[in-house]
Design a protein around this ligand. Sequence first.
Ligand code: SF4
Length: 177
Amino acid sequence: MKKKLLLHVCCAPDATVPYLRLRDEYQVIAFFYNPNIHPREEYERRLREAEKLAKLWDFPLIVGEYDMERWFSAVRGLEEEPEGGRRCEVCYALRLEESARLARELGCDAFATTLTISPHKSAEKINALGREAGKRRDVAYLESNFKKRDGFKESVRLSRELGLYRQRYCGCRYSMR
Ligand code: SF4
């Protein structure tokens, strides 16, 4: 029997390659938890695309709470940080913590995140935060760097082929600048 893995999904295009790379080894359960996305219409659009992919490729998708209050309060004081700076670390950490919590609750063998496919994000930082969240919640974190082996390029190709919407900014209000 395959091991059960909770895959935190930041958006549908970014979920394509990670899912394809993991599905042979794991029973993948996707988890859309992104209270960073602003405004609400954009959040809903990204969520719809994730649901579309889940239906198309037939994998389960759990939708987390859109608790933007929690997100805004976590990044308070870091509004002016550049992309890739401290605000982003807090943003990754929040989403990884919630993923670890749910993975543990569902009895998953491990959890991972699609965030490492982005060429703008440090897989090293994300993996360090994932390991810490896993330790705190007592569930294994699967390290990744999905952008390797042309992962990002392949996700762009697949998204086009499947007609998935790809956003033009990372997600939060401050990344729209
Ligand atoms: S730029 Fe992206 S990763 Fe950084 S805080 Fe905003 S949404 Fe989160």
